[in-house]
Design a binder for this molecule. Structure first.
Ligand code: ADP
Ligand code: MG
Length: 379
């Protein structure tokens, strides 16, 4: 891949890159909208992601290109405003550049930049965190800095929260930064504290990307964020992680009906993450699978961030042999469903699910047998 991006870089800029960095996408294994509520979450880094190649320029100009976009976007160093329309993808590297000084690092001045990806974008697999972390590693290396992994994670999150404007928690960047092959990343988002736990050998991941996306997805994400904060306030805690199921039940009268449902989802989901971690340690994939499906049902009925397409996939998958459990993965309101299966579930079984989906919705989901992979790194 380093060779490939170097060739592409040469095709765009007529010279070789000086630095290449990589960061993976991720699966949200379990812990739906728990991160910004201070809860716990488990995720897995994928073996696919975003590569970023850069080379310095003496004239102080910055050129941004992506293999998924057209001609490079050229900006002067002082042009740090948000981009719109076809240039809006540049907000990810630009947001990283804006975040660097906040973390005491120097943003490089002029450079040529190319992003290359083998990760579906907008599918709930966090291509956004991947491009942020790969960009951050490349820019930091240009500035001669080798920060701790945790700082790179925080720079990526800062870019997404404050520049792109998505109030996401630490899950996406944390898993992209700390992922390891055949392991899951467990994050206690209050610290945040990152650990990895082994993934039992017979756990396989299948992802069904529906390519559906609710038109108001960004607004809906922000609305859920607001409802969670309102729930915390109503319950007299600063974040929902400080409440538990009993406290939410006891405070029901003080919460609007939707706000109560959001709070119940979050506190139950945090309990499910912790139960899943325990079951993983015991190698009990049947128990883990039940928790995954319970997580989806809670998204469906309490957090209300599922869709008929995602529900259909979960219903179909959980009625199929060799599937331990299935759930929407990522923010919801469209996107992808993840199933954890045994090795006996194969391409044929996956295609049967895709065919059933096509018969109902007239469109075919992308099917991906996902492998876990390592976290962000310089190449
Ligand atoms: P997800 O993170 O689930 O993939 P998001 O909507 O958060 O979905 O982020 C997707 C956005 O990230 C894209 O619309 C694009 O702006 C940006 N992006 C990700 N990867 C690339 C890439 N390789 N080239 C250009 N932009 C990218
Ligand atoms: Mg994203």
């Amino acid at each position: 891949m380093k060779q490939l991006i170097a060739e592409k870089f040469r095709a765009v800029y007529g010279r070789v890159p000086e630095i290449v960095a990589y960061a993976p996408g991720r699966i949200e294994f379990i812990g739906n909208h728990t991160d910004y509520n201070g809860g716990t979450v488990l995720g897995a880094a994928l073996d696919r992601g975003v590569w970023v190649a850069v080379a310095g320029r003496a004239d102080g100009r910055r050129q941004f290109a992506s293999d998924q976009r057209g001609a490079p976007v050229e900006l002067r160093v002082e042009e740090m405003g948000k981009r719109n329309g076809s240039e809006s993808w540049v907000n990810y590297p630009l947001g990283v550049l804006a975040a660097l000084p906040v973390f005491g690092a120097v943003a490089p001045a002029g450079f040529d930049y190319l992003a290359m990806s083998n990760l579906p974008s907008g599918a709930g697999l966090s291509s956004s965190a991947a491009i942020e972390l790969a960009s951050a590693l490349a820019f930091l290396e240009m500035a001669g800095e080798r920060p701790l992994r945790e700082a790179v994670v925080k720079i990526g999150k800062h870019a997404e929260n404050h520049f792109v404007g998505v109030p996401c928690g630490i899950l996406d960047q944390g898993v992209s930064g700390f992922g390891q092959k055949n392991r899951l990343v467990f994050i206690d988002c209050r610290g945040p504290v990152f650990e990895t736990v082994p993934l039992p050998g017979d756990a396989h991941f299948w992802i069904f990307n529906t390519h559906t996306k609710h038109a108001l997805v960004d607004g809906l994400y922000a609305a859920r964020h607001r409802e969670c904060m309102a729930a915390a306030q109503g319950l007299g805690v600063s974040l929902l992680v400080e409440a538990d199921a009993a406290a939410v039940e006891a405070g029901k009268a003080k919460l609007a009906p939707e706000v109560f449902k959001r709070a119940k989802h979050v506190v139950d989901e945090i309990a499910r993450v912790d139960a899943a971690k325990f079951a993983l340690a015991g190698g009990d994939l049947v128990a883990v699978g039940r928790l995954l499906t319970a997580s989806h049902r809670s998204s469906q009925f309490l957090f209300e961030n599922s869709t008929p397409e995602l529900d259909f996939l979960v219903d179909t998958l959980t009625a199929t042999a060799h599937v331990f459990g299935a759930r929407l993965t990522g923010g919801g309101f469209g996107g992808a469903v993840m199933a954890m299966t045994s090795g006996a579930f194969g391409e044929q079984e996956a295609q049967a699910v895709a065919v059933a989906y096509r018969e109902k919705f007239g469109a075919t989901p992308d099917v991906l047998h996902a492998q876990t992979g390592d976290g962000a790194k310089l190449l």
